[in-house]
Write a protein that binds this ligand. Structure first.
Ligand SMILES: CC(C)(COP(=O)([O-])OP(=O)([O-])OC[C@H]1O[C@@H](n2cnc3c(N)ncnc32)[C@H](O)[C@@H]1OP(=O)([O-])[O-])[C@@H](O)C(=O)NCCC(=O)NCCSC(=O)C[C@@](C)(O)CC(=O)[O-]
Ligand SMILES: NC(=O)C1=CN([C@@H]2O[C@H](COP(=O)(O)OP(=O)(O)OC[C@H]3O[C@@H](n4cnc5c(N)ncnc54)[C@H](OP(=O)(O)O)[C@@H]3O)[C@@H](O)[C@H]2O)C=CC1
Length: 596
């Protein structure tokens, strides 16, 4: 028995049916189709609606997630269509159920919009592959006539038109971009075309070195940033040519590289150090600093020079381990510095051909054990070396104590790049003491003050003053100035100036009335291989000192560099203290540190 339904259309629809244009059921099908057509347009309208709710103005929108969550559109449309179906129902005034056509249309409708919504959002969320457009973008692009051309390199490219937010949060105007049909095609694109690929998020900025080469990556990235930065000209003022050897930079010193910062380098000296005259390269923008250090070098050298000694040598890393109990923590600490120490040493040293584990010092805090590992690192400063070795040591330790957890490879008792008493007391890197005696006549002629005044200023300032400020390691005038200047010039890790600047400066008047002085610096972290020491300018500065690369015996060059740093600090100390004693600090800086 076919299911039929007496449809009583309301008056307006009644008139239509009287025209006998078509049967009532066909009429309802036509109406539903029109309705569905309208709702088929709804997702775009609703997406725009949602976006405007979510994102406010278009400019703000690009900052927010541009597309609504995948489930929003289908839910919204299902709700709207339910309202639509209910209203049709009430209008049809049907005493029973809806016409089968309407039911089937609604079901098709729901399936369609759930499905499309899901597919759409899945597509939208799929990241463009590094080597090509995402399928969705390709589909979009297919709507515009794909331009295909061969370039001089014979590579074929799809030129497709894409719009949409650039990686840098600004919505880019629609642009035609070349998309190579193969990964190797990228090299044949122009820098401009590659920049467009980055801006339209078709390739990730930080993969440029891989896709191209380090030098060209910088060139392309500079175009990207010239289009992205608020001040489009800013990037041009960051020099990049004559180029730094970006193949050395990439994978060792800097990511997302756009150039380099040129820093003035002054050459102080000569400083007679351990019987040898050395010149000290200093990269700084503080006028007066090199002049002051130069004056200190002159005073020291004119008095016979200075002598420096390495008191200790070992870079440290202190992983934090969490035990089940304090009891276990104590057991682990005892094992690691006792019966287990050789096994730990072997595993550490299996990761390096230069590094030697020279100490394990556990500190227990409740369930925690901080293992301060000390490593002789040859001519490397050694932070990567000691960290890599620590990781291997930890795996041996955890095999012995399986329920102990490694909280962090760096537990902050190392202590790297932060002020701490442990570096001041225990030392880190090279511990250096340096001394000299400056003749009283040199104090008078070159330093323009007297021995007594210098001794007094140092006592009141560097000792009592620093004590009253509860300083840790800061019993000096400006050790950090020269540590940082030499670090920057020679490719050290500038952040390690924090602990490397630990210094106590001492003065005494000797029996001859001359001025004895020393600087004691327990934690100078330097290397002559690794890190930034391989870059051309930095390497040249190391060469100027005579410490480029590995030493005759591993560590010789790094030790010498540490002593040169201490020499530079001592020269700076004597000159500044003298200037403070003579009260010429400000006049000197007005003369050298403020452009007339
Ligand atoms: C600026 C000087 C050296 C002048 O010192 P001066 O004695 O008036 O100058 P001079 O013309 O008589 O020359 C004496 C020697 O100084 C050197 N010298 C002299 N001029 C130059 C120059 N242009 N370039 C290179 N070297 C220079 C040079 O060795 C020269 O010998 P010469 O070569 O003529 O036989 C002196 O006044 C001085 O050293 N002042 C101290 C400045 C200083 O140390 N500043 C450090 C930074 S301040 C800071 O950041 C730390 C602070 C202060 O905040 C830390 C704290 O809280 O204490
Ligand atoms: N990882 C971290 O937690 C931290 C890293 N750093 C960074 O670490 C870098 C420095 O690490 P570092 O390990 O010194 O250097 P590198 O990571 O550059 O490694 C230097 C490597 O050079 C080899 N080498 C060749 N000749 C010598 C020699 N004569 N003496 C010693 N080693 C030699 C050694 O290899 P091998 O050991 O294989 O034999 C050594 O490990 C800096 O860039 C610094 O900024 C700074 C702070 C923390």
């Amino acid at each position: 028995m076919p299911l039929t339904l007496e449809l009583n259309f309301p008056s307006s629809l009644e008139d239509l049916s009287k025209l006998k244009l078509m049967s009532k059921s066909t009429l309802s099908f036509v109406l539903m189709s029109i309705g569905l057509l309208i709702f088929a347009m709804l997702p775009k309208a609703s997406a725009t609606l949602i976006k405007s709710f979510q994102g406010g103005s278009p400019a703000k929108q690009s900052k927010k997630k541009a597309e609504p969550q995948w489930w929003v559109i289908p839910i919204l449309n299902a709700t709207v269509s339910l309202i639509f179906a209910t209203s049709v129902f009430s209008h049809l005034n049907s005493p029973h159920s809806l016409h089968p056509v309407i039911w089937s249309a609604c079901i098709v409708y729901f399936l369609g919009f759930f499905g499309i919504g899901f597919v759409d959002s899945h597509e939208l969320q799929s990241r463009p592959s590094v080597f090509g457009l995402s399928d969705l973008v390709r589909k979009e692009a297919a709507k515009t006539e794909p331009l295909r051309r061969k370039n001089e390199g014979g590579y074929e490219h799809d030129f497709v038109k894409v719009c949409g937010g650039g990686e840098f949060g600004k919505s880019q105007p629609p642009i035609a971009i070349a998309v190579p049909t193969s990964p190797s095609g990228y090299k044949s694109l122009s820098n401009e075309e590659l920049a467009n690929l980055v801006l339209s998020q078709q390739i990730k900025d930080h993969t440029l070195e891989k896709i191209l080469n380090p030098k060209r990556a910088v060139q392309v990235r500079r175009i990207v940033f010239s289009k992205t930065l608020q001040d489009h000209t800013a990037i041009e003022s960051i020099p990049s040519e004559p180029s730094l050897d970006y193949s050395k930079v990439y994978g060792a010193n800097c990511e997302i590289c756009v150039g380099y910062i040129p820093l003035p380098v002054g050459m102080a000296g000569p400083l007679m150090l351990n019987g040898e005259k050395v010149f000290i390269p200093m990269a700084t923008t503080e006028g007066c600093l090199v002049a002051s250090t130069n004056r200190g070098c002159k005073a020291i050298t004119a008095s016979g020079g200075c002598k420096a000694f390495i008191v200790n040598d070992g870079i440290t890393r202190a992983p934090c381990l969490k035990c089940l109990s304090a009891e276990q923590a104590v057991a682990l600490a005892k094992w690691s510095e006792g019966e287990g120490s050789q096994a730990l040493k072997n595993s550490f040293e299996s990761t390096t051909s230069f590094g030697k584990l020279v100490g394990i010092k556990p500190t227990v805090a409740g369930k925690n054990v901080y293992l301060r590992l000390k490593c002789f690192s040859g001519d490397a400063m050694g932070m990567n070396m000691v960290s890599k070795g620590a990781l291997a040591l930890i795996s041996t330790l955890l095999a012995k104590f399986p329920d102990v957890v490694l909280v962090a490879l760096s537990g902050n008792m190392c202590t790297d790049k932060k002020p701490s008493a442990i570096n001041w007391i225990e030392g880190r890197g090279k511990s250096v003491v340096i001394e000299c005696t400056i003749k009283k006549e040199v104090v008078d002629k070159t330093l323009k003050t007297t021995v007594d005044k210098i001794v007094d200023v140092n006592l009141q300032k560097n000792l009592i003053g620093s004590a009253m400020s509860a300083s840790v390691g800061g019993y000096n005038a400006h050790a950090a100035n020269n540590v940082t200047a030499v670090f920057l010039a020679t490719g050290q890790d500038p952040a390690q100036n924090v602990e490397s600047s630990n210094c106590i400066t001492l003065f005494e008047k000797n029996a001859e009335g001359d001025l004895w002085m020393s600087c004691t610096m327990p934690s100078i972290e330097v290397g002559t291989v690794g890190g930034g020491t391989g870059l051309a300018a930095q390497s040249a500065c190391l060469k100027a000192i005579g410490v480029k690369g590995g030493g005759e015996a591993p560590g010789d060059n790094a030790k010498k560099l540490a002593m040169v740093v201490a020499g530079a600090v001592m020269a700076g100390e004597i000159s500044l203290i003298a200037a403070l004693a003579a009260n010429t600090l400000v006049s000197a800086h007005m003369a050298h540190n403020r452009k007339k």
